[in-house]
Design a protein around this ligand. Structure first.
Ligand code: SAM
Length: 255
């Protein structure tokens, strides 16, 4: 039925696509994609013919005219499937402006969930998964990166970063300097692909391990919460109350 279907696609292994995603790609009236070549290839691999359906290139910097065209297809009762180049659209990928515009026009927005490097990395990284903060890509310049890391430092949850292989060493060095050499971290590389690798250790260990490697492929960096960070604001309050009780007893005893 009519709507904007946000379709997650594999982050490496082509068979990591859901059966529902294949159904949606086979039946949508219009296919829209960040990268039409990759999408065509994925559909080919899974034996889904495009037929005479339009394949529209769309990213959030596309003109309003392209966005309006897709929205008017939905308003006219058609199903539009949107995929980004890999993984889940909108997650460090285009699709947000389109999804928001559809929601604002009260058009149905439908999730077809599947792979995303954030969740894949959390599952193999070996760091706590109860709470995490997705920080996406850090800024390019050293000063801005350091400021961003310092701001993220006290968050009581696992930090998740997307990073380019070229910048990995600089990012690790800045993270060590901003967050401390002992912070635990994990580098999750080439997930679901042939050279999948997870390196775990302190930021200091990882800076050393990667110093003389020329890293290739795709990387997610996970960084642990600060040590002693309480899991929950209620716990912090309870701990403070306890501490105050003890203080009062001690004060009373000395009086
Ligand atoms: N939308 C995608 C998702 O849901 O994960 C993310 C797109 S973002 C432009 C690309 C970044 O995701 C890469 O630079 C890398 O940090 C991460 N990534 C994507 N695929 C990956 C993989 N197979 N292994 C490790 N990281 C990956």
């Amino acid at each position: 039925s009519a709507g904007l279907y946000l379709v997650a696609t594999p982050i490496g292994t082509a068979r990591d696509i859901t059966l529902r995603a294949l159904d949606v790609l086979a039946t949508a009236h219009v296919i829209a994609s960040e990268d039409t070549r990759t999408s065509r290839k994925l559909m080919d691999i899974h034996g889904i013919p495009l037929g005479d359906r339009p394949l529209v290139a769309y990213h959030d910097h596309s003109t309003d005219a392209v966005r309006q065209r897709l929205l008017s297809e939905i308003a006219a009762g058609r199903a539009v499937a949107y995929m980004s180049e890999a993984g889940t659209p909108l997650i460090a990928d285009p699709g947000f402006a389109l999804a928001r515009a559809a929601a604002e026009e009260d058009l149905p927005v439908i999730s077809v969930p599947g792979p995303s490097a954030v969740l894949a990395a959390l599952t193999v990284g070996g760091l706590p998964t109860d709470r995490f903060f997705f920080a996406g890509f850090l800024p390019n310049t050293k000063t801005a990166r350091h400021a961003a890391l310092t701001e993220l430092s006290p968050i009581p949850g696992t930090l998740v970063f997307y990073e380019s292989p070229k910048r990995l060493n600089d990012m690790l060095t800045d993270a060590r300097d901003a967050l401390g050499a002992d912070r635990q971290a994990a580098i999750c590389r080439e997930l679901t692909k042939k050279f999948e690798e997870v390196a775990r250790g302190s930021l200091d260990d990882l800076v050393r391990q990667f110093a003389d490697r020329s890293v290739k492929g795709e990387v997610v960096v996970l960084i642990d919460r600060p040590r002693h960070a309480a899991a929950d604001p209620a716990e912090i309050e309870a701990a403070l109350k306890d501490a105050m009780k003890t203080l009062r007893v001690k004060d009373a005893a000395t009086l």
